[in-house]
Write a new protein. Structure first.
Length: 277
């Protein structure tokens, strides 16, 4: 009876002690050898380390570069917007002086029916800043004010005692649905431009809170949007001018993870009575 070699599989004659083909003992099973993984040479280890370090450096450089480019873009946006609307802002706000308030066809203590004569499409609104209010949309302004979404009119005893503007990221209110890159930079540029016009028209502010100006532009915009700085302090900007019976306020603040810019004029003889209620 032939015997099969357990090593190579060749059939051998009966009684053979060794395989005629491979010489292995009949009945012996060839041991399976395990593949031994050779350790990396020092040169290969160094190469892998160098590649990992280079990739890490590339990632860091890319991140830093992208962040720096964004900050440069934001700074350019701020400077561009700051100087773009000086003519319009001056025309709109120059009628407000220490001697009186003449603004967008309005005067203090103007009756509601007179307001309706100037702004026939003015509607009742619910501005939380005022006990009763009316709203005039941007397209109806007598004088163009870029980025102002609407004008809110505070009414007490059927007469005008406050005017407030809410600003948005685009020049025209009807285009506010468009998402603007660096919207906070646009609003901050508008704030700086309006502040410059106010200081030229009204002089030195009566009160200034602008603590975040000490931070770099990128951080400044982030803190404005968040409503607080890295120390947890309020990042809101609040500046006022006392103009006789009129108080002018320029405010930038964060709410709902978004930056907001408002300009407000108050008739103080009435505001001192109703503003606290």
């Amino acid at each position: 009876m032939e015997k099969k070699c357990g090593s190579c599989g060749v059939q051998n004659r009966d009684g053979a002690k060794f395989c005629a083909s491979c010489g292995a003992p009949i009945g012996a099973v060839k041991e399976k050898t395990k593949a031994v993984k050779k350790p990396l040479s020092p040169a290969a280890v160094r190469l892998r380390v160098i590649i990992a370090v280079v990739l890490a450096v590339v990632v860091v450089i890319f991140s830093v570069t992208a962040s720096k480019l964004k900050e440069v873009r934001q700074s350019k946006t701020i400077e561009l917007v700051k100087g773009d609307f000086e003519t319009e802002d001056t025309a709109v706000f120059s009628g407000i002086t220490r001697g009186g308030f003449e603004h967008q066809g309005l005067k203090w203590q103007m009756a509601v029916n007179q307001i309706k004569g100037v702004y026939r499409y003015a509607t009742d609104s619910k501005d939380p800043d005022f006990m009763f209010s009316m709203m005039v949309n941007q397209p109806d302004f007598l004088l163009k004010l870029p980025h102002a979404n609407f004008m809110s009119l505070g009414i007490y005893d059927n007469k005008l005692y406050a005017v407030k503007y809410e600003f948005g990221e685009t020049e025209e209110y009807l285009r506010q649905v468009i998402k603007i890159p660096d919207g906070e930079a646009v609003l901050y540029g508008r704030y700086l431009g309006i502040r410059r016009v106010f200081e030229r028209l009204y002089g030195v502010p009566s009160f200034v809170k602008d603590d975040i100006k000490k931070y770099p532009v990128k951080e400044r915009l982030k803190y404005l949007k968040d409503g607080k700085d890295k120390a947890g302090n309020s990042s809101n900007i609040y500046i006022t001018w006392d103009l006789g019976n009129t108080k002018a306020e320029l405010v930038m603040f964060g709410s709902g993870e978004k930056a907001h810019l408002t300009v407000r004029f108050l008739y103080m003889p009435v505001w001192d009575i109703v503003g606290k209620h």
